[in-house]
Design a binder for this molecule. Structure first.
Ligand code: SF4
Length: 489
């Protein structure tokens, strides 16, 4: 492990973040394979789900080693680091913080000794009963200083598993899972066994894959492709699995009540991932076609905001008959950096990430397709950029309904007050971003494009109807455990 100084990293786009994903998880059980390297490439494939920190834990059957640091997967690990992480099984994590700040100590996997070995755990999602669970940890711990240092819901889960009076990690986990509320796709391990579990609603994705020599668990099916694993199936909502030399054992710890995240289809998941049997790219093309039906425009060219807007723009262009073109060039390498941007660079804002192609844009009526509007700053900057590049008209089309409510299940959009659609009507948003017209796809249109029944989806950020109860203290946001700790409660 290195850099225990809690260094924050910096978002080159300053305050205008858009929806931030909330972690990718990966686990592998494959004796004889280089499990750390497989985890590295698995996390590399899941990098879009979390760019703040990355970590891998491995076990050789005797002890668990862990290495984590702030930064992108490619920044955190060297060949030498991975060579020291020997073992038969491993778990990995890339993080965007939804509970706890973006610091080294909050990076995952988390690790805890238990009376029967060690448990390491990685989490994608966000628990909604962290207050109650933190109290439970305090009760179970004999030391009065027990909660010092616990600043994330992931550490709470790890502590709860470690503190159970059961015979092994498996029994402890099965005792803890029913006490957790909220969204969680977990991979965890002891010295011998890889475990995975998914909340009863299956809010965040989690899939099982097969290697020739073992098994893989990952947030998205695309990560299986990248490490050469065959997709076996999704891990079911409310399912627990254990993988060791005897193969895969599965059991239900709760009855499934599916509420998969609708936003995974719009933006979060990779286009080459499959969720609930639907290819994400194909689904986004269908959403774009639906958008063209619901919000047509008289225009010369359809361009995407790359890359998340690209499939929907293809669908929009196909359905409308308006030619598709690439009018914005993206620097794919802009992400998180430890270099503090200077004031001048900060002011460049969006241009660090996107730059218009004048020869494509000039003199044309443009439809620009994006996946969502959160605060509106990005779209305002894009409209301004396109006008400066000579666009005659700019028609903004969005492949999701207005985001009016925060997500408490693992995506950090913004607070309710920061969401532009929470206070403004569509026409007011249009004026605010400076577009000639603005259109969103309807909720029904979006859901029909996913081909998933609406009662099996969470759409709370669009509707305010939260399928999992939100307690009052969630309003304190992702730093609530740190606030509690500082205040000494
Ligand atoms: S609130 Fe929105 S982003 Fe959060 S889980 Fe539900 S659909 Fe997904």
């Amino acid at each position: 492990m290195r850099r225990p100084d809690g260094l924050l990293n910096h978002n080159l786009l300053g305050e205008d973040k858009g929806p931030q994903d909330a972690c990718g998880v990966f686990g592998v059980w494959a004796p004889g394979e280089e499990v750390a390297k497989l985890s590295f490439y698995g996390l590399y494939a899941l990098q879009h789900r979390g760019t703040e920190s990355a970590g891998i834990a491995t076990s050789d059957g005797e002890r668990i080693l862990i290495f984590k640091d702030m930064g992108l997967v490619s920044q955190v690990f060297t060949e030498g680091d991975l060579a020291t992480l020997k073992g038969n099984l491993a778990i990995g994590h890339c993080r965007y913080s939804t509970t706890g700040s973006s610091t080294w100590v909050n990076a995952q996997p988390t690790l805890r000794p238990t009376k029967y070995g060690t448990v390491a755990l990685a989490h994608n999602g966000n628990l909604t009963n962290t207050g109650d669970l933190a109290e439970l940890v305090q009760k179970l711990e004999s030391s009065s200083t027990s909660m010092s240092g616990i600043t994330t819901d992931t550490e709470i889960m790890t502590a709860l598993i470690a503190l159970q009076d059961e015979k092994n990690v498996e029994a402890s986990a099965l005792a803890v899972l029913p006490q957790l509320e909220g969204a969680f796709s977990l991979v965890f391990m002891d010295e011998h066994t890889l475990y995975a579990a998914r909340d009863r609603h299956g809010v965040r994705p989690l899939v099982l894959g097969k290697l020739e020599t073992g098994w893989v668990v990952a947030s998205e099916s695309a990560a299986l492709d990248i490490v050469g694993a065959a997709f076996v199936r999704e891990i079911e909502p409310g399912e627990f699995i254990a993988i060791d030399k005897n193969g895969v054992r599965s059991q239900r710890w709760a009855e499934a009540q599916p509420k998969g995240c609708l936003f995974e289809y719009v933006y979060l998941a990779r286009p080459d991932t499959t969720i609930a049997g639907s290819g994400i790219h194909k689904t986004r093309v269908a959403i774009g076609a639906q958008l063209a039906k619901e919000a047509p425009a008289e225009a010369d060219l359809v361009i995407p905001v790359p890359e998340s807007g690209t499939p929907a723009a293809i669908g929009y262009a196909k359905e409308s008959g308006i030619p598709f073109g690439l009018g914005l060039v993206k620097n794919s390498y802009v992400g998180r950096t430890f270099i503090q941007p200077s004031q001048t660079i900060r002011q460049l804002g969006i241009r660090l990430k996107l730059n218009p192609l004048r020869e494509i844009i000039e003199g044309k009526r443009i439809v620009v397709v994006d996946d969502s509007i959160v605060r509106g700053n990005t779209q305002r900057a894009i409209v301004r950029m396109l006008r400066e590049a000579g666009a005659r008209e700019i028609h903004v089309r969005i492949s999701s309904p207005p985001v009016k409510w925060p997500c408490y299940y693992g995506i950090d959009f913004a607070t309710k007050a920061e969401l532009i659609a929470n206070g403004l009507e569509v026409e007011e948003i249009r004026r605010s971003i400076g577009a000639d017209s603005l259109g969103y796809v309807s909720l029904d249109g979006l859901i029909s494009a996913t081909q998933v029944a609406s009662d099996r989806l969470c759409s709370a950020c669009f509707t305010g109807q939260y399928p999992i109860r939100i307690p009052e203290d969630m309003s304190e946001g992702k730093l609530r455990l740190e606030i509690t700790e500082v205040q000494g409660h």
